[in-house]
Every structure is written in structure tokens, then in C-alpha cells.
Ligand binder design. Structure first.
Ligand code: DSN
Length: 421
């Protein structure tokens, strides 16, 4: 059947078809990516993209909100139930915007925010020096313990005592262990700071009860919606009732104009999906898979940051292999294994050419891969690493990756078949 898109814009149609094929024919290990369900995809591509809804349910600046108010209210209520939190704002266009809104809700320009340094696994928007958050706020970064690779709460408290931040940020983009949100919350209380917890990577694990929730210990929680939570691309802010008004005002009109109602409707769908026993099983399997993949990589002589993982993510330290992260990531991509190069905490190399490789299991777990397949994936990665300049071996691994993908197709339920967009 010829779709309107195929007929009107065959170039874009063809590119979307190619991307759908690429996503189905490669082993996607980027830990912040996933495959959304057909239901989430359908809501994302809906007529709500046509609608402006500046404001919040019951208080908008445009008419015609009979449906949008109900959609946004559903998304808010589902988020409140799932995260067991007083208030949810579902309008942030992204995690970075959600973080900026959170700071601006409780801190004035020039005041201090304190987060994990980017090279130690923090996020750009946690006040890293190249990010706008460090231009508006005075930014102080803490690091991980160089020996254990874990948070050093004595040092974090010392730094907080010295700089008296208005906001202390917990959470990371490349941290493979359980985060002790309670200790962050206690330090924040002692120094009179707000505690913002960014759970973008682990929010799916948190709602499944597989990672401690920061909600009891954080004043504000931010998250993206498309990683382990497996929703559309976007951001979300959760907070205690006392901060609800400040958070809402910081998002709109503080930082954004009209919310993306199509994304919010898709988020409501994803939150419904996540509130199910099937999702808990999925999240359990993400972690089982990551642990087996980590063990197999260790057996193959890879060094892993902190020696393994408790969550969905593994950080490989390639220094003993003497292969730059970028070179291996590119070779793996040619072998149909998608990863991203990343700094290793304490890595003297620059972020654009670091010594690490970051991988994770959310997307391949959605495809139904289990422990047995993790052994295969580890051995494919090892063969590419051992033959990083040998295009014949890389091509052969690519054929084997394709075979594995064909045995674990993206579930029909989970992706729109090419041509139906
Ligand atoms: N870019 C995201 C990630 O890959 O972790 C963080 O926002």
C-alpha cells in the first residue's frame, strides 16, 4: 500500500525505511536507547501534533482544550501513581530542559549548583563547563572515588559545606551501580540545599522496584522518558507538593512555550505500559542480561569500570586493550553492534576520543534476548576488539550479528512496520 508519506515525500519515506531496517538489523547496545511500542509510536504520530496548549489543564491560553486537558491529566495521574509522588510535570521537551527548569525553580542566577563531573559520568546539564547551566549558575562538580569508582560521600559533603550549593544533583549518565539517594538527601538537608535527583537512565528500573527510588529523599526528581522507561522522547519533573507551583512555572512560562501534546499522549501510554507485571519482568531481564554480559566480557579480558554492573549499563575501560574507544565503537558499528565511546572516570583522554565504551541492555532486552544471547554478544564484541583493523573479520561478525537479530526480530508489537508511518 502506498502511504501518504511515501507518495508525497519519497526521499524522507526512504530514509525512514532505511532507519527502521537499520534498527532491526543491528544489535543496539546504547544504554540510553530503546524500541518503543507500536501504541507509543501511534500516539507520537497523532493529530495532537496540531494543537497548541500553552498552560496547564484547566488553565490554558488557547481554546479548544477539551481533549488536551484530559490527555495531560491522564499522563500526570499515571506518573504520580507509578513514581508514588505528589506532583508530576510532563511538559519538558527533554531531560536537559527538565534539569534547567528544576534549577531555575529553586535557585537564582549566580547561585551554586553541584553535580557529578561529566568525565565521571555526570550529564552536561548537571553544570558541566561547556553547558549553559554553568553559565547561569555557579557550578561546582564532585568526582567519584578514584579507587572504588563509587561516590565518596565524605568528600561530597566537604565540598557542599565549602560551597553551600543551592542545589545538589544526584544521578548520572554512565554509572553502573546502585545510587544511594538517601545519603545525597541527607547531605543536602545538612547544608540547606535542595536535592535534585536525575534518574533519566534508571527510571524504568525505579518504577519496577529494582533500583531504590529517590522520591523519599529528593525534593525534585527529573527524568527523560525514552530510556529504560521505554516511552517517547521527552522529559518529566516530579516533586513534593510544596514545590509543584514553582516547578510548573519554571517549565511554562519560564523556559518553554507550548507543550508537545502528541509526546505527552505517548508518555501517558508508556506510563500505562510501565505500570504492569510484564514491564517488571522486562526490567528484571534488563538487569539479568547486563550482569551476564558483564561477566562474559570480564572472562574475555575486558576491564569494566567498578568491575561489573547493578543496572542496565556497563562501562568498558579499554586501556588494557590499547584501543581508543572511538576506534572500537566505529569498528563495532561496521559489525552491526551499536555502542558509544565514553570517558572512563579518571580518564585523562578528551571526551571526543576517550578510552571507554558504554553499552547497555534495554533495547536488546525489548527484542527478547536473554542470558544465552548475552554470551554471543560478548564474544562478538571481543572478536571485533581483537581484530579492530581486520575488515574481513569485522564483516563476518556483522553477518553473525545480523543472524542473531533475525532470530530476535523487533516484536511486531513494538515497532511500526516500514511503510505504515
Ligand atoms: N544523551 C543521554 C545518554 O546517552 O545518556 C543523556 O542525556
Amino acid at each position: 500500500m502506498i502511504t501518504p508519506l511515501e507518495k508525497y515525500d519519497p526521499q524522507i519515506y526512504e530514509l525512514l525505511r532505511q532507519e527502521a531496517a537499520r534498527q532491526s538489523a543491528c544489535i543496539r547496545l546504547i544504554p540510553s536507547e530503546n524500541y518503543v511500542s507500536k501504541a507509543v509510536m501511534a500516539a507520537t504520530g497523532s493529530c495532537l501534533t496540531n494543537k497548541y496548549a500553552e498552560g496547564y489543564p484547566g488553565k490554558r491560553y488557547y481554546e479548544g482544550q477539551q481533549v488536551t486537558d484530559l490527555v495531560e491529566t491522564l499522563a500526570i495521574e499515571r506518573a504520580q501513581k507509578l513514581f508514588k509522588v505528589d506532583h508530576a510535570n510532563v511538559q519538558s521537551h527533554s531531560g536537559a530542559v527538565a534539569n534547567l527548569a528544576a534549577y531555575s525553580a529553586v535557585a537564582a542566577p549566580g547561585e551554586t549548583i553541584m553535580g557529578l563531573a561529566l568525565p565521571y559520568g555526570g550529564h552536561l546539564s548537571h553544570g558541566w563547563k561547556v553547558n549553559f547551566t554553568s553559565k547561569i549558575f555557579n557550578s561546582v562538580s564532585y568526582e567519584l572515588d578514584p579507587v572504588t569508582g563509587q561516590f565518596d560521600f565524605n568528600k561530597i559533603e566537604e565540598l557542599a559545606m565549602k560551597h553551600k550549593p543551592k542545589v545538589i544533583i544526584s544521578g548520572a549518565s554512565a554509572y553502573p551501580r546502585i545510587i544511594d539517594f538517601k545519603s545525597f538527601g541527607e547531605i543536602a538537608k545538612r547544608v540547606g540545599a535542595y536535592h535534585l535527583s536525575d534518574i533519566a537512565h534508571i527510571s524504568g528500573l525505579v518504577v519496577a522496584g529494582l533500583h531504590p527510588s529517590p522520591v523519599p529523599y529528593a525534593d525534585i526528581v527529573s527524568t527523560t522518558t525514552h530510556k529504560t522507561l521505554r516511552g517517547p522522547r521527552g522529559g518529566m519533573l516530579l516533586c513534593k507538593a510544596g514545590l509543584a507551583d514553582a516547578i510548573d512555572k519554571a517549565v511554562f512560562p519560564g523556559l518553554q512555550g507550548g507543550p508537545h501534546m502528541h509526546t505527552i499522549s505517548a508518555l501517558a501510554v508508556a506510563l500505562k505500559e510501565a505500570d504492569s507485571p510484564e514491564f517488571v519482568e522486562y526490567a528484571k531481564q534488563i538487569i539479568k542480561n547486563a550482569k551476564v554480559l558483564a561477566d562474559c566480557l570480564l572472562e574475555k579480558g575486558f576491564n569494566l569500570f567498578t568491575g561489573g554492573t547493578d543496572n542496565h549499563l556497563i562501562l568498558i575501560d579499554l586501556r588494557n586493550k590499547n584501543i581508543p574507544g572511538k576506534k572500537l565503537a566505529k569498528a563495532l558499528d561496521r559489525a552491526r553492534i551499536e555502542t558509544n565511546y565514553n570517558t572512563i572516570p579518571g580518564d585523562p583522554a578528551k571526551p571526543f576520543n576517550p578510552n571507554g565504551l558504554r553499552i547497555g541492555t534495554p533495547a536488546i532486552t525489548t527484542r527478547g534476548m536473554k542470558e544465552e544471547q548475552m554470551k554471543i554478544v560478548a564474544s562478538l564484541i571481543a572478536r571485533v576488539a581483537e581484530n579492530v583493523d581486520n575488515e574481513e573479520v569485522i564483516a563476518q561478525v556483522g553477518r553473525e550479528s545480523l543472524l542473531l537479530c533475525s532470530q530476535f526480530p523487533v516484536p511486531e508489537h513494538f515497532i511500526m512496520p516500514a511503510g505504515t508511518h
